[in-house]
Design a protein around this ligand. Structure first.
Ligand code: KIV
Length: 279
């Protein structure tokens, strides 16, 4: 039985921290799911972590759906949230609803996430009213990177802080079941978390949020060239994987792999027969 949005909202009421982690494929989803993490986000960070794009902007609906399906197949207990990519919810509420429905019907996700506050509240309301749970995402919203002028901390001035609080309240009012706060000063994230009845899930927003989300590549240490301040690597998988791959190369080149152990035998008479026939 998968986690539900009631379960996630209940966690805030009980003061239990909500844990969310991204996953983009079947084997990683299995690990995250079996670790008992209740929320898996198929983030559009897929574009940067897995597909090698420079930003999340080029990510398409087709790419997101392809990876969402794999994550759903790899999980049993977590609630799967499909991240709506750039321009999949901007044109109209109808368009937003159609694309959100694709994540549920085709992708097999249980919820969607989209970026923005007051300006997308009408779309959130429309999607929620049709029975699709929505997670909001405010603060540093990577799909607006060109407008924001870089990956900067958001909400530092009184006006910007007030705007973020208004965005969070608008998302709650529109029916979101939770809101991601990305790269927001910790005191502001704490204040927003206290003002909302729905859970806030922070990334670079301090310990005062109701939950935390991280990108799986950062948690596993998959990219040695990228160490964001908000992240903590719990492993150095890039090094582990490089060592394994280099060792494999060396063993094939030196004839140490494969050994008899990795081969298969057959009745020798079959080979003798074949040799006789061809001689
Ligand atoms: O795409 C993503 O991984 C995200 C998280 C950073 C919240 O939006």
């Amino acid at each position: 039985m998968r986690s539900t949005i009631s379960h996630i909202k209940e966690m805030k009421r009980k003061g239990e921290p909500v844990v969310m982690l991204t996953a983009y494929d079947y084997p990683t989803a299995r690990i995250v799911d079996q670790a008992g993490i209740p929320l898996i986000l198929v983030g559009d960070s897929l574009g940067m972590v897995v597909l090698g794009y420079e930003t999340t902007i080029p990510v398409t609906m087709a790419e997101m759906l392809h990876h969402t399906k794999a994550v759903v197949r790899g999980s049993r207990q977590a609630l799967i949230i499909g991240d709506m990519p750039f321009m999949s919810y901007h044109l109209s509420a109808d368009d937003a609803l159609r694309n959100a429905a694709r994540f549920i019907q085709e992708g097999g996700a249980q919820a969607v996430k989209l970026e923005g506050g007051v300006t997308v509240a009408d779309k959130v309301k429309c999607i929620v009213e049709c029975g699709i749970p929505v997670m909001g995402h405010i603060g540093l919203t990577p799909q607006s990177i060109n407008q924001l002028g870089g990956y900067k901390i958001q909400g530092k001035t009184p006006e910007a802080a007030r705007r973020l609080l208004a965005d969070a309240l608008a998302l709650q009012e529109a029916g979101s079941f939770a809101v991601v706060l990305e790269t927001v000063p910790s005191p502001l994230a704490s204040l927003i978390s206290r003002r909302l009845s729905i859970p806030t899930i922070g990334i670079g927003a301090g310990a005062g949020c109701d939950g935390q989300v991280q990108v799986i590549g950062d948690v596993l240490g998959l990219n040695p060239d990228f160490n964001p301040k908000h992240a903590k690597p719990y492993a150095q998988l890039y090094d582990v994987m490089s060592t394994a791959v280099t060792q494999y190369r060396d063993e094939v080149q030196s004839g140490r792999f494969p050994t008899e152990r990795q081969g298969f035998t057959m009745d020798e008479s079959v080979i003798s027969q074949l040799e006789d026939e061809s001689s």
